[in-house]
Design a protein. Structure first.
Length: 125
């Protein structure tokens, strides 16, 4: 779809050594996936000066919906031609000498404990 729309494309799956691709000069990075993929690409692209376009093809697509990026993929791609880059803030949470950046949300207290317990159940059945 991207090539059909006239874009020169270099594809790199986020399942491989894709972070090296972020170091390659580009006019635009495209995060095609769901919230997890979008967050990974936004984190990796932060500070590069290259805008990130979202192509929401995941399950929930909370980030894209929040930004008003909805509709048919071909229509979304076509809108990129006339789009103006908008700033996007990454949040940072600091605790116990550690700092973590986040894109979509952060939780603490009982929510964080529930996530940790759920991971233990999945990892150690």
């Amino acid at each position: 779809m991207l090539e059909a729309a006239g874009f020169q494309v270099r594809y790199q799956s986020t399942k491989k050594s894709w972070k090296k691709a972020i170091q390659t000069p580009a006019d635009l990075f495209v995060a095609a996936g769901g919230d997890g993929t979008v967050a990974e690409v936004i984190h990796a692209a932060a500070g590069t000066g290259v805008p990130v376009a979202l192509l929401p093809i995941g399950t929930a697509n909370n980030i894209a919906r929040t930004l008003g990026i909805v509709g048919d993929a071909r229509e979304i791609i076509e809108r990129w031609r006339h789009a103006t880059p908008r700033p996007f803030d990454l949040g940072t949470i600091k605790a116990g000498g550690l700092a973590e950046r986040f894109v979509e949300g952060v939780g603490g207290g009982i929510f964080a404990e529930a996530v940790l317990q759920g991971e233990k159940v999945v990892d150690d059945p």
